[in-house]
Ligand binder design. Sequence first.
Ligand code: PMV
Length: 348
Amino acid sequence: MSPSSPLPRAVTARAHANIALVKYWGKRDAARNLPAAGSLSLTLDALTTVTHVAFDPALPADTMSLDGRPAGAGELGRTSAWLDLVRARAGIATRARVDSTNHFPTASGLASSASGYAALALAATRAAGLTLTARELSILARQGSGSAARSIFGGLVRLHAGTPTDRGADARSSDDDEAYAVALPSPLTSTLRMVIAIVGGGVPKTIGSRDAMDHCAETSPFYAAWIAAVERDLPAAEAAIAAGDVAALGALVEANALAMHAAAIASRPAIIYWQPATLACLATVRALRGAGRAAWGTMDAGPHVKVLTTAADADAVAAAMRATAGVTEVMISAAGGPAVVVEDAAAC
Ligand code: PMV
């Protein structure tokens, strides 16, 4: 990290969302947003956030727009508190204007916090005159949203939790510095595809991942078993990736997602993200596998089903998902690249 340029600067950065193949679901420290276990994901080319940040001495407070509309008080407050981390690091007090646009399918209800905080981390640090390493950026993005740490990188990505059982190769003393993401370069990346099946428009938003994982950790009798499952699934997924074994990876991906949802469903009161069409999608995925296709389903904090598949089978998988009752939109995504700066200029 080093101050690279005087303020004010205006920087635009782009990042892609990612879908976890081994899920992050539970924190060991809510204040510092430290995960209870590691996770592993695929960054997706088709889901993009572009964020513009300008620190402006004339601003009395931070401002933020999302998709062209002023952000709500909650979102602005959360972003402003996160921007304080950047200001502290840069040694400035200047307020910022943040404009963020999601290039996601219309009304998909897909979460954008991963690409959002990754793009924001890159744009805001550059605009504040800082140049951080990718690892430092992933730590900062994680402080905004756990999954965002992974969107700093392209392709397959591993997040180290920083716990004694899940540290990266070069362990340091502070566990805050230990919870960071790294890219997992693999020849498999170019053959993988994610088919995203959007389920049921117009359904009221359910509980967000942040509150849901805390509630699950506090009340689910299966939470400890879930964390233990992640600790087994991570090395197994890494081994499958190293071996180029899509079928082994896919089987783990689907089992891991079902274990996360089993823990969530067992919370008291229950957290159920699925709709009938979610199960219909999973039945389609199973039928595709029965017919010899590469297809394994995964779900996050919503009803949508993302199907891990290969370039060879992606069209057939997408067609089958499109024909499944309750699916409103289907798209195919290849792996996406890392977060990048698209514009960096002295602000006028
Ligand atoms: O990064 P968050 O706080 O939005 O949590 C992400 C949670 C899941 O999407 C369900 C799993 C994951 O690892 O992305």
